[in-house]
Design a protein around this ligand. Structure first.
Ligand code: PLP
Length: 408
């Protein structure tokens, strides 16, 4: 509190005002942006409030509407996702989760009667969002197999096409350039969920996508300690999406934004390590007698191996799936043999973890749908971390040994 007030205030007032006069001119010399963990900003002059109301993006008012930590993360992703593009009017939006970014992206473009086309193997949360929420608002989800669709071949009324650069859990790869052509020839926009690759490995806007979404909970943060989402879109679209987030209340907290940006600083190094370990471990798994099949686009056996080589020349990251011989009992046995690697229904952290799609991401699917997607009771999704490769392999080997009792 102001020095002049110090001796005039009661303890009750001092308790609520004490410590609020740290000189902000000094604070701003911090090497790293501090966490602006404040729900609201103050104004000394009415003109400054007017300046906020007329849209100055550097003027902050209320954290649900905007906060410097959110803005720092938005600038970071904007720089990376648009780096290879001619100058253009792009903007980014940070949200409290990947789902909030997807909801804002769809909600800012679709009206009652709009249709959204999705690949059948889209992330379960995205499917649920459309089927349980948007459907009640008369936005219809249309699930398509895009490999059978040519330019001009989309069903009528499609406003958005939403796909993943590499899908969950089998890492099926979409040809983004081709899909952009299909979407645009029918007057639709193409949105790519790039959570499995990150801009260190793939930049969908340079391949013709109109917008990019990330669950920063995954590779961008990379440390399994913060949830968040990002959308990069043409500025006008991003502004509409921002309004959706402000109205629905889906903003990213200052602390989560700060943690996410701290994690994101090492994205390039981590993705190189995830990719190198991923390739080596996929090749190792493919040779194991206990393993029926490995799904990793870096293997020649993957259906989109050639496309992946072309589209992701810098690597494919650490996500893969494999089928054990046997059924769910072999998965239970595998778990018993592991010491380092834990079942975690998420992905893309520093540590190697695995998930069981049948009981996590894909539990809502019918047996027919699982069969169509080629997910079996013995399918394990592996998120390869950045540990020493030999230690990961030793742990996997211990798990596999229990499944088959074969030893080696
Ligand atoms: C995790 C994930 C999401 C959802 O992100 P949250 O941060 O959990 O809301 C969306 N898309 C993909 C591909 C994901 O892996």
């Amino acid at each position: 509190m102001a020095e002049s007030l110090k001796n005039q205030l009661s303890d009750a007032t001092a308790a609520v005002h004490g410590g609020e006069d740290i000189h902000l001119g000094m604070v701003t010399r911090a090497k790293v942006m501090p966490i602006f963990e404040t729900s609201v900003f103050t104004y000394d002059r009415l003109e400054d409030l007017d300046d906020f109301l007329t849209g100055n993006p550097d003027n902050y008012s209320y954290t649900r509407l905007g906060n410097p930590n959110q803005r720092a993360l938005e600038d970071w992703i904007l720089g990376l996702e648009t780096a290879d593009l001619p100058p253009g009017n792009w903007d980014a939006l940070a949200t409290g989760s990947g789902m909030a970014a997807i909801a804002a992206c769809i909600g800012s473009v679709c009206d009652a009667g709009s249709r959204v086309a999705l690949s059948r193997d889209i992330y379960g949360g995205t499917q649920s969002l459309l089927e349980h929420e948007f459907r009640r608002w008369a936005v219809e989800a249309v699930f398509l197999d895009f490999s059978n669709i040519e330019e001009g071949g989309l069903p009528p009324g499609i406003r958005l096409v939403l796909v993943e650069a590499a899908s969950n859990p089998l890492m099926r790869v979409s040809n983004i350039k081709r899909l952009a052509g299909i979407a645009h020839s029918s007057g639709a926009r193409l949105v790519v969920d790039n959570s499995f690759l990150s801009p260190a490995l793939f930049k969908p806007l340079a391949h013709g996508a109109d917008a990019v979404i990330h669950s920063t909970t995954k590779y961008i943060n990379g440390h399994s300690d913060a949830s968040g989402g990002l959308l990069v879109a043409p500025a006008e679209w991003a502004a509409s999406a921002r309004r959706v987030v402000q109205n629905l209340g889906g903003h990213l907290s200052p602390f989560e934004a700060w943690l996410t940006l701290r994690g994101a600083r090492t994205l390039e190094l981590r993705m190189a390590a995830h990719s190198q370990n991923g390739q080596a471990i996929a090749e190792w798994l493919e040779e194991r007698p206990e393993v029926r099949r490995v799904w990793y686009p870096g293997l020649a056996s993957h259906p989109e191996h050639e496309l992946a080589k072309q589209q992701f020349p810098r690597g494919i990251g650490g996500m893969m799936s494999f089928d054990l011989k046997g059924g769910s009992e072999s998965v239970a046995a595998f778990m018993q043999g592991l010491k380092l690697i834990k079942l975690a229904p998420s992905l893309a952290g520093l540590t190697t973890s695995f998930s069981y799609p049948m009981k996590t991401s894909h539990r809502a699917h019918s047996p027919e749908s699982l069969r169509e997607l080629q997910i079996t009771p013995a399918t394990i999704r592996l998120s390869v971390g950045i540990e020493n490769r030999d230690d990961i392999i030793a742990d996997l080997k211990a798990g596999l040994r229990v499944t088959a009792g074969t030893g080696d």
